[in-house]
Ligand binder design. Structure first.
Ligand code: ADQ
Length: 460
């Protein structure tokens, strides 16, 4: 049987247990690696003076992790630069924030070449290689240049931008060309997949036949494969002692008010500013309801060395301060704004205590918080999910109240509707969402991908 080689920018340390300390993706990839054996390869997160390609190997349960350090210039140009200042904003439709610099593109290419050089000797002829996400798009092509004949798949965790937006990237053609090296390419939704096909067909002469693309002299299988959470684990977490304790503490501290919760990395794609404005609109439009609820926004800072992330932090602090200043009373603060991460069992308790989950990204590949919020609810008295139409998750969770996150009016109306929703309707909607979340969990996601990769091997 083939081994699996997972390649991603960062590698989770082997957990050895299911303590719930890790996210669903790490759990799913680990489970796949344990089942198939193999290697999880990526950047160690460390800086080295000179790139040596020295690999740090650690034994996990049934597989190895292999990590490599990068030079300062690589980290600056590849990770902080091209990945986080060029591709991330562009792929989230924010060309106003995207920075196009040749130095970034060169650094991105160099880092991928170095990854390929380092991982290639670890790959055996029957191994299946699975490359993850936008940091690593050209990696497959770099492996092919080294005559790697293995099956190689690629999964994109973020949206694929529309053709006209992608055309603003100076290296768009070269970048897409490198994708033709893969045997299977996966996206969360048909929409992202279609955008990819449109660019490849219109700009690069690719032909599409059903779920297959013919391009660069190769045959590529395309897959819409929406990622899920580890639903079983999350339901168990929600019933854990720490989740129950947190739940009680949250209910006590709410003193009878309804809690709305938002949980996001502090990132401009998550629509936090727009969310605060939508909530403020609700406060202004419904003065009679105001003191009956509050918003808890948990947003741990991320990518702090990138300027646009420093800016959003300042903007949000100002906005939360202004809204609280304008509306707060002696015994009531409208927004509790918290800038830290919490263990997953604590988060589960927080979700369960919230009457409304407010998940309003402006653009999101999938969004796992929406699924976690639903999975943590009390089946007898579930809360209501308000979800952005522009998150990949909206395709799978149409029973949420779907909103346009840019419209403060829609967000305000949705909060009102959620507060008024009868219990029977809440249960009906929750049940339908929960069926999707448990049926299409993270194990289902990764199996569909590795099965497709395996089938391609048979076909080829
Ligand atoms: P992210 O942009 O990071 O992921 P998301 O899918 O919501 O977004 O995952 C965030 C994860 O971090 C969740 O598991 C959540 O519980 C956790 N998290 C967030 N805030 C936290 C906090 N304060 N404390 C602890 N944990 C916290 C990218 C894409 C998404 C896609 C995923 C997976 O942007 O669209 O769903 O990858 O493919």
């Amino acid at each position: 049987m083939s081994r699996l080689i997972v390649i991603s920018n960062r590698v989770s340390a082997p957990s050895g247990s299911h303590s719930g300390a890790q996210g669903g993706l790490a759990v799913a990839l680990e489970a796949a690696l344990r089942e198939m054996g193999g290697i999880w390869f990526g950047w160690s997160g460390e800086q080295t003076d000179v790139f040596t390609g020295h690999v740090n190997l650690t034994r996990g349960e049934g597989y190895m992790t292999a990590t490599v350090g990068l030079e300062e210039q690589d980290i600056e140009e590849y990770y902080n630069g091209y990945a986080n200042r060029t591709l991330w904003p562009l792929f989230h439709y924010r060309i106003d924030l995207a920075e196009y610099e040749r130095g970034f593109a060169d650094g991105y290419h160099r880092a991928n070449l170095r990854f390929a050089e380092t991982v290639f000797p670890l790959i055996e002829p029957d191994d299946m290689v699975w490359v993850q996400d936008y940091h690593m798009i050209p990696l497959g092509a770099e492996l092919r240049r080294r005559r790697c004949a293995n099956r190689i798949g690629f999964f994109l965790h973020i949206p694929w931008p529309p053709r006209r937006l992608l055309s603003t990237l100076p290296e768009a053609h070269a970048l897409v060309e490198t994708m033709f090296a893969y045997d299977v390419i996966g996206f969360h939704t048909q929409e992202w997949l279609d955008s990819f096909c449109e660019f490849a067909a219109a700009e690069m002469g690719a032909t599409i036949e059903g779920d297959t693309m013919l391009a660069g002299g190769r045959r590529i299988r395309l897959l819409a494969d929406p990622i899920g959470i580890d639903a079983k684990e999350f339901i168990a977490l929600a019933g854990s002692p720490r989740a129950r304790l947190t739940h009680r503490q949250m209910i006590d501290s709410a003193v009878g008010r309804n809690m709305i919760v938002g949980v996001d990395r502090l990132d401009y794609s998550k629509g936090l500013e727009e969310r605060f404005l939508g909530y403020e609109r609700f406060l202004s439009e419904h003065p009679e309801e105001r003191k009956e609820l509050f918003l808890l926004q948990i947003a741990p800072p991320s990518r702090g060395s990138v300027e646009s992330y420093q800016r959003i932090r300042t903007t949000l602090e100002g906005l939360a301060g202004r809204i609280n200043g304008a509306h707060a009373d002696l015994d009531w603060t409208p927004i509790r704004y918290v800038n830290q991460g919490y263990p997953r069992d604590v988060l589960a308790g927080v979700y369960r205590a919230a009457k409304i989950g407010l998940v309003t990204p402006l653009r999101d590949g999938m969004n796992l918080v929406a699924k976690e919020y639903v999975a943590a609810q009390d089946p007898e008295d579930p809360g209501v999910l308000i979800l952005s139409r522009f998150a990949g998750a909206a395709v799978q969770l149409p029973e949420a109240i779907l909103v346009n996150p840019h419209s403060a009016e829609e967000v305000s109306d949705a909060i009102f509707q959620a507060l008024r929703m009868p219990r029977a309707e809440r249960i009906r909607r929750w049940r339908a969402m929960m069926d999707n979340i448990t049926g299409k969990d993270v194990i289902w996601w990764r199996r569909r991908f590795t099965d497709a990769l395996m089938e391609e091997a048979m076909a080829g």
